[in-house]
Structure formats: C-alpha cells, structure tokens
Design a protein around this ligand. Structure first.
Ligand code: COA
Length: 269
C-alpha cells in the first residue's frame, strides 16, 4: 500500500559505511566525538548547524531550567513504573516522557505555537501587537481557556526560572519579537483574565529559544531532552532507595472509593 507523497525520499541527518559515520556533514569519530559539547551537538543534530556562543548559552540555560522540578506527576509516573518493572528503565523513562503534556512539563510547544500565531496575525495582517493580544486574551477568557505559558500552581507570585531565562536572554542580547510578545501578553493577562498570571518556565523557554533561532517545530525537543536527564536521576535514585510504592500507597490512601457497592448491586438485582 502506498500512502502519502513519495517524492522526497531523503534524510540529511546521518549516513554511514563500513569505515565511517557522517553526521550533519561531520565525520563522527574524527570531528565530533571528544570535540563537541553535547548542547552544540543537539543544536547541530536538530538544525543542521552548530550554534553560536549566545545560542549555546541560551540553550544550556533552558535545558538546566527545565530538567528537574522534584516529584512532579511525570516523575512520579516514571518512578512508580520502575518500581513495578525494575528491569525496564526504558519503560519507566517513557512513562515519564509521556506525562509531559500540554498542562505541565511539556507545555513549551503549545506556548511557542501560541506566540507564533499572535505574531503571524501581526506580521501577515499588519495589525497592532497589543490589539491582537488583547483580542486573543478576551477570546480565551470568553471560551474559559487557559493562556499558554502563564500561571503556575506553586510559583503563583512569579516563576523564578522564567524570570532568570528572560534576564539571561536580555543579557545575551537575544530578546526579540517572541520575548516581547510574551511580555506584552503577561502585562495584559491579569487585567483581562482577572487573576495574577506570571510567565512560567514553559512560556519563557519557547520565547527565548525562538528568539535565539531555534525552529518552532522542534520546541518540544527542549523539555523532552532536559527531562530525560532529570528522569535519569530519579530512576537511579529509585533503583537505590525506592519510593515508587510509597507514592502509590499514599495515593491509594488519599483517594476514596465512591463507586457502587456490591451489596447495593445485589439489592437492585
Ligand atoms: C499551570 C497551570 C495548570 C496551573 O494552574 P493552577 O494555578 O493550579 O490553577 P487551576 O488550573 O486550578 O486554575 C485556577 C483558576 O485560574 C485560572 N487559570 C490558571 N491558569 C490560567 C491561565 N494560564 N490562563 C487563564 N486562566 C488560568 C483557571 O481557569 C481557574 O479559573 P476558575 O477558578 O475561574 O475556574 C495553569 O496555570 C495552566 O494551565 N497554564 C497554562 C499551561 C502552562 O503554561 N503550563 C505550564 C506550567 S509550567
């Protein structure tokens, strides 16, 4: 069966023969291994080019900012999965990565696309940024939808990771249209939505890394790569000093059954 267009049967990432491996035009063994920093390699792999100094520093800052935040739901899922299947790190790691969705931990992509859409309306329709943002916030409020990249359950007074990333971005001279859009958004949101809504780390990451030149369609790779490092720490700790079953026991104690009892079923039968 043939599905989809068949006219671009190419990959530009890597190729190999019996003696060598070529990655993005570099000889892996002679030009990359032992010579390239992993953040540079990540940038090279994804974009096809090595980053400049400011791009590397911005990416490093993002990866460090999002790698770890304690026993968040995706980490709990990973640790409980390892407790149940200690022989399968890959299963436990996958459980953690699968939990990085649009609400927490994985929301950078949604926020990045939202900033992109706002800018598209400004650039393509020649509209005023503030007006576009005000209209969009009013629409989200009307539909009772969340503003991507804003709000945090714990850091309600301001997410320190977001503030630090924006400060670094300003310091590196990278802040441009995405950071500006995020800041204008955050300045209008509290009034329109009717509550304090600080910029969160998943709003700051796309803004700073898009301004650094990272592609919009690869935003999700940033938190995924970073959290793989944090999950590695949790899985190693789980293997040495397990808490997975403690967490599952506490959850069992915390959640009460309010379904139909078997005696009630018997009576109605
Ligand atoms: C992260 C998040 C889940 C935290 O939520 P929270 O502080 O626990 O708040 P809740 O989801 O319980 O919502 C409480 C109220 O605040 C509102 N609210 C919270 N974040 C909001 C946002 N970003 N935009 C609009 N309203 C928001 C909710 O609609 C709700 O209003 P209601 O009481 O009238 O129903 C939430 O802010 C969010 O979904 N943000 C967007 C997604 C995002 O950026 N996630 C990355 C987090 S690092």
């Amino acid at each position: 069966m043939r599905i989809g267009k068949q006219d671009q049967a190419f990959t530009a990432i890597a190729t190999s023969d019996a003696d060598s491996i070529t990655v993005r035009g570099y000889d892996l063994c002679n030009e990359l291994i032992g010579q390239i920093d992993f953040t540079d390699y990540f940038w090279l792999l994804v974009t096809g080019d090595k980053p400049g100094d400011v791009q590397r520093r911005m990416m490093n800052a993002c990866l460090v900012a999002i790698a770890e935040h304690g026993l968040v739901p995706s980490v709990q899922a990973a640790r409980m999965t390892l407790a149940a299947g200690p022989e399968a790190w890959q299963g436990a790691m996958s459980a953690g990565l699968l939990g990085m969705g649009s609400v927490v931990a994985g929301s950078s992509e949604i926020a990045g696309r939202y900033l992109g859409e706002l800018l598209e309306r400004v650039e393509e329709d020649g509209r005023d940024l503030e007006q576009v943002i005000i209209e969009s916030l009013e629409a989200l409020k009307g539909q009772r939808k969340k503003v991507p990249g804003l709000g945090h359950p714990q850091h309600s007074g301001g997410d320190p990771r977001a503030d630090k990333l924006l400060e670094i971005c300003d310091g590196l001279g990278l802040s441009g249209k995405y950071v500006n859009t995020l800041r204008v958004l955050a300045s209008h949101a509290p009034r329109i939505i009717g509550r304090a809504l600080p910029i969160n780390v998943s709003g700051a990451i796309p803004a700073v890394i898009l301004d650094a030149g990272w592609p919009l369609d690869a935003i999700k790779a940033v938190p995924l790569l970073a959290r793989a490092a944090g999950l590695s720490a949790h899985l190693f700790e789980e293997s040495q000093r397990p808490i997975g079953f403690i967490m599952s026991h506490k959850a069992d104690q915390a959640i009460a059954y309010d379904g139909v009892t078997s005696s009630a079923n018997k009576k109605s039968a």
